[in-house]
Design a binder for this molecule. Structure first.
Ligand code: 13P
Ligand code: SF4
Length: 311
């Protein structure tokens, strides 16, 4: 029977033969993170994707991320292990509905969180990720009203942090909305010295009790640099793999979800449709491939480049 090690070796050989590079998000299963050439959060991955020299990019993440890699590399082949790796935020913002929504706010600057489709990005002035959202908002003149989409939770957090006039699209991440405040408070009572860290896609009541709020990489850095030993982590559970590797002696406790604790609610089912087997198969077949219309690529490049230029 083929072991994970056999499969990893086959992937490495194929990767070399085809001059491919594997980019993976921290929410991917451990075996994929281990075999990737680069693991990062959304911002790091888009930056890395714009610097790739290989002929093929295997994007182990969700579809909007693979689309972004294609937009910044229109002449390269971008493949994804499972084309069904969607995202509740991207799915919750259909381009035609977003277009109609924007017609109500003609003089607004449109900022979209990178978790949206390429078509929605064509309607955008500047893209942001959770790492640089505050910086992106700060780059817009103070008296300029803003439409922010699609994540209402990140949007509310940004309004509270920046005091800006922002109209929000009503989208959310099903994973980050799964955390229970009541259970989190109970857990904290059992670990009163713990630091609660949360991703800004979480609901406002969770963010209110968090000691630190940041993107995936922000949280990894925070735990690494902190002198504290115990952390309650309110984000997708995939982050715990790298966090524990970075901090072997620290105690990391996943934040509890509203449902019973066996439901794996804090795992993104979209991210987890990618598996090592599918990654091997997609590299072998060079498919499923991300295809984007040239017109869409042209229109989306500018709002993405504006974001990348800020960093
Ligand atoms: P970051 O990678 O920007 O932290 O975003 C998390 C996320 O939900 C990715 O889909
Ligand atoms: Fe989308 Fe949430 Fe999954 Fe990230 S964790 S890909 S925002 S559904």
């Amino acid at each position: 029977m083929e072991t994970i090690t056999d499969l990893k070796e086959k992937i490495l050989a194929l990767k070399k033969e085809k001059n491919a590079v594997i980019l993976a998000h921290y929410y991917q299963e451990e075996a994929i993170q281990e075999i990737a050439d680069f693991v990062g959060d959304s911002l790091e991955l888009s930056r890395k994707a714009s610097q790739v020299e290989a002929d093929i990019i295997v994007f182990a993440g969700v579809y909007f991320m693979a689309e972004t890699a294609k937009i910044v590399n229109p002449n390269k082949k971008v493949i994804i292990p499972d084309v069904n790796a969607g995202c509740s935020l991207a799915d919750g913002c259909p381009p035609d509905e977003f277009k109609a929504f924007l017609e109500k706010y003609p003089n607004h600057t449109v900022v979209t969180y990178i978790n949206c489709t390429a078509e929605v990005k064509t309607l955008t002035d500047i893209v942001c990720t959770s790492s640089n959202a505050k910086k992106v908002i700060a780059s817009i003149p103070e008296d300029q009203p803003i439409v922010f989409a699609p994540d209402k939770n990140l949007g509310r957090y940004l309004i509270a942090e920046t005091g800006r006039d922002m109209v929000l699209w009503e989208g959310s991440c099903i994973v980050h909305e799964a955390f229970s405040l009541e259970k989190l408070i109970d857990l904290f009572k059992k670990h009163p010295t713990a630091t609660i860290i949360a991703h800004p896609e979480s609901e406002t009541h969770i963010l209110k009790v968090a000691h630190y709020i940041g993107s995936t990489s922000g949280m990894l850095n925070h735990v690494k640099n902190s002198t504290n030993n115990t952390f309650i982590v309110a984000t997708e559970a995939g982050i715990l793999h790298q966090m524990q590797l970075d901090n072997p002696t620290k105690t990391l406790i996943p934040a509890p979800s509203k449902e019973d604790n066996t439901c794996a609610c804090s795992e993104c089912a979209f991210m987890k449709v990618n598996t090592l087997e599918k990654l091997y198969q997609c590299l072998q077949d060079e498919s499923p491939e991300v295809h984007l219309d040239n017109g869409i690529i042209k229109k989306t490049l500018l709002p993405i480049q504006r974001m990348l230029a800020l960093n």
